[in-house]
Design a protein around this ligand. Structure first.
Ligand SMILES: Nc1ncnc2c1ncn2[C@@H]1O[C@H](COP(=O)(O)OP(=O)(O)O)[C@@H](O)[C@H]1O
Ligand SMILES: [Mg+2]
Length: 309
């Protein structure tokens, strides 16, 4: 079968070229023997798939494709997948696998032993939660009125840059205070609120020099750890090492999840235990700015994921 096609977002100003953010990966993909085509991210989001795929070549033989680009909602990814199918192109990460890796409720059970305890509630963008909504959600976190600090986010993203206002809950037993933080998170996410509300038990991660968790991103292709990078937010000198036994344990969960291209953000707690902070679909996970993309793209070029029988 032909090598997968490598789809990247186009530059909004020069639409025949890859967006600058993905230009190095596009070059690396060509170097690895992949054909590269651009898709129009804004048109995908707007639901205009004809326009979005205008520059994707037609193919007579069935071909597979990777997407590497800006995050898409699970429903937008699904529409992209369907429009590509109509052109004889099958995304190697199918829509169900994308959702499973991209949204916390999709991966949580598989990683439950190695990630902070979490509870969630489907929620519509723009609707303001009250304590009557939040109380039962927090109770679901520990089977009772869980006390102690917590962290809130939607199914995909947090408002970590508005930590005190819209991310961190000092005491989950204080339902009114938790409701204020969650309501602010929902408000700030606006129309981008993904799926619903997630509440997580806060765990104490070992801080780096800047006080951040020492988060390391592991990139998994076909269930194998092909690249370990600092978290993109860590800046220069971020940690990029994970003990082998941690990789083995997390790898078992990644393989159980089944999605073919996944990232896991891992960090050590102050007690030394390594934890999974979040899982992501590898296609929409950011590489740190200084990271050479060759190794990753070569792994993607070599993958052959069995299709439906
Ligand atoms: N349960 C938790 N306990 C302590 N810190 C957390 C917890 N969850 C997230 N964090 C901190 O908040 C940051 C953002 O959370 P994360 O789930 O990665 O959201 P985002 O998708 O916005 O990156 C993490 O990088 C980590 O430092
Ligand atoms: Mg994160």
């Amino acid at each position: 079968m032909a090598a997968p096609l490598f789809l990247v977002p186009c530059d909004p100003l020069v639409p025949r070229l890859p967006d600058e953010h993905y230009a190095r990966e596009a070059v690396a993909a060509r170097d690895a023997g992949l054909a590269v085509a651009v898709v129009d991210h804004d048109a995908i989001v707007a639901g205009d798939l004809r326009e979005a795929l205008r520059r994707v070549p037609d193919s007579d033989v069935e071909r597979t494709a990777w997407y590497r680009g800006w995050m898409l909602s699970s429903s937008a990814y699904s529409r992209l997948g369907a429009a590509l199918e109509a052109r004889g192109l099958r995304l190697l990460t199918g829509p169900a696998d994308y959702r499973a890796a991209h949204e916390l409720p999709g991966w949580y059970d598989t990683f439950a032993a190695s990630t902070p305890a979490s509870a969630w509630l489907p929620w519509e963008p723009g609707r303001t939660p009250t304590s009557a909504d939040v109380g039962p959600l927090i109770e679901a976190l520990g089977g009772g009125p869980a006390g102690g600090p917590g962290v809130v986010k939607d199914y995909v993203k947090s408002r970590k840059h508005e930590w005190d206002e819209a991310c961190f809950v000092p005491d989950l037993a204080d339902t009114e205070a938790a409701t204020r933080v969650i309501a602010r998170m929902v408000e700030l996410q606006g129309d981008d609120l993904a799926g619903g509300i997630v509440v997580r038990v806060f765990e104490q991660f070992a801080p780096d020099d800047g006080g951040r968790a020492q988060e390391v991103r592991v990139w998994w292709v076909g269930g194998a750890p092909v690249l370990v990078t600092p978290h993109p937010d860590a800046g220069a000198g971020g940690a990029a090492e994970v003990p082998a036994e941690v990789l083995d344990a997390v790898g078992a969960s990644v393989r159980a999840l089944g999605a073919p291209f996944v990232t896991t953000d891992l960090a050590p707690r102050t007690d030394g235990a390594w934890r999974v902070i979040e899982v992501g679909d590898g296609q929409v996970s950011d590489l740190p700015g200084g990271q050479e993309p060759g190794v990753l793209v070569e792994a993607l070029a070599g993958v052959s994921v069995p299709g439906p029988a």
